[in-house]
Design a protein around this ligand. Structure first.
Ligand SMILES: Cc1ncc(COP(=O)(O)O)c(C=O)c1O
Length: 351
């Protein structure tokens, strides 16, 4: 069955609803960051110079500047991969964020899917990409870590083991800065055959600015650079990138990651107390909830009537309408949505 690969959580939100559909952590950037962006507006008369962002990314991750490229959000990176990397057997590991597959398809590639099962806890078995495995001939593999929407955090060693001669492994780490300690990031000294996509959108409330970057094999990064439109990353996005990668901002993000972990525990507990389970243990700022105990259809519209916007599951390959993704918010919101699920169950029994 074909699904709308361009459907995103923002389309599941409507005015007046508590937004649990979109994973952006802040409604707006913090004041110190808004000030940095505002100050950059004085430079709008000049074409942007991405060099300070390149330097900041390289310093933050301890890699050579040749291994990094600022992009207009993580999303641009997927288009650059689709256009700049030679591939005849790309495979996307699903369920996951659908833009990488959409970008590859738009560039004319036939995209294979490695669909992880609920029974396996949506965990990747690297053997599927090894000799004799179903995807042994993949020359490009795209995998999210932690994965949107399942929340699963794959082991870095397993992801590195996917590498093979002539194969590029793209790891979407858009949510890695929400994982305390960024454990399992594959960014390190050995980047051969690897490309990591990062986003500044979620943690810093910058969805409208378009700021992200890639870190990876310098030959791959050079290929992406060669197809990136000139001045793709604006001066405000460059200023924000430098600011968000300062030591102070990275420490703030780490503190935020700890808060998310604590808030997520509350959400999972509240859901369990009303008989709902998550797909798998989540290490992300969202959880994927199995609503099948409430019926065979989607509960999204009924939840909206009760005041809550949640992200539908059925547009993710491998999932169906009985899955919804909930962003982790504060304990009060978690208790409120759990109460809404109870109300929904009661209404369904009465109907
Ligand atoms: C898993 C994942 N990767 C990448 C992105 C792209 O983020 P952006 O282009 O805003 O940096 C998103 C946005 O929703 C996402 O969920």
């Amino acid at each position: 069955m074909s699904v709308d690969l361009h459907h995103h959580g923002d389309r599941d939100v409507a005015p007046g609803l508590v937004d649990l559909a979109v994973n952006v952590r802040l409604p707006a950037p913090p004041p110190w960051l808004a000030d940095v962006i505002a100050a950059s507006l004085h430079d709008l008369g000049r074409y942007p110079d991405a060099a300070p962002a390149v330097e900041a990314i390289a310093r933050r991750h301890g890699v050579d500047p040749a291994c990094v490229l600022p992009t207009a959000g993580g999303a641009e990176a997927f288009t650059l991969v689709a256009r700049g990397i030679r591939t005849s057997r790309p495979v996307v590991v699903h369920p996951q964020f659908t833009e990488p597959e959409a970008a590859l398809a738009a560039a004319g590639h036939e995209v294979g899917r490695c669909v992880l099962s609920r029974e396996s806890g949506f965990r990747l078995d690297p053997h599927a990409f090894a000799a004799g495995g179903a995807h042994a001939d993949a020359d490009l593999v795209v995998v999210g870590n932690p994965t949107n929407p399942t929340g699963v955090l794959h082991a870095a060693a397993g992801l590195r083991s996917l590498r093979a001669p002539g194969r590029l492994v793209v790891v979407d780490e858009a949510f890695m800065d929400a994982v305390p300690g960024e454990t399992e990031s594959v960014i390190g000294t050995d980047l051969e055959g690897l490309l990591v996509v990062r986003s500044l959108t979620k943690t810093w409330g910058l969805a409208g600015l378009r700021a992200g970057y890639v870190v990876g094999d310098p030959a791959v990064v050079a290929a992406l650079r060669s197809v990136q439109p000139p001045w793709s990353v604006s001066s405000p996005a460059i200023a924000a990138t430098v600011a968000c990668l300062s030591e102070r901002a990275v420490a703030d993000a780490e503190a935020g990651a700890m808060t998310i972990a604590a808030d997520r525990e509350v959400l999972v507990r509240e859901l369990a107390s009303v008989g709902l389970r998550t797909a798998a243990p989540s290490d992300a700022p969202f959880v994927l909830v199995d609503t099948s105990p409430l019926g065979v259809g989607s509960v999204r519209e009924e939840l909206a009537r009760l005041g809550f916007a949640v992200r539908r599951g059925e547009t993710f390959p491998g999932l169906g309408p009985t899955w919804v993704r909930l962003a982790v918010r504060d304990p009060q919101a978690s208790r409120a949505v759990a109460a809404a699920f109870v109300e929904l169950g009661r209404l369904n029994r009465v109907a």
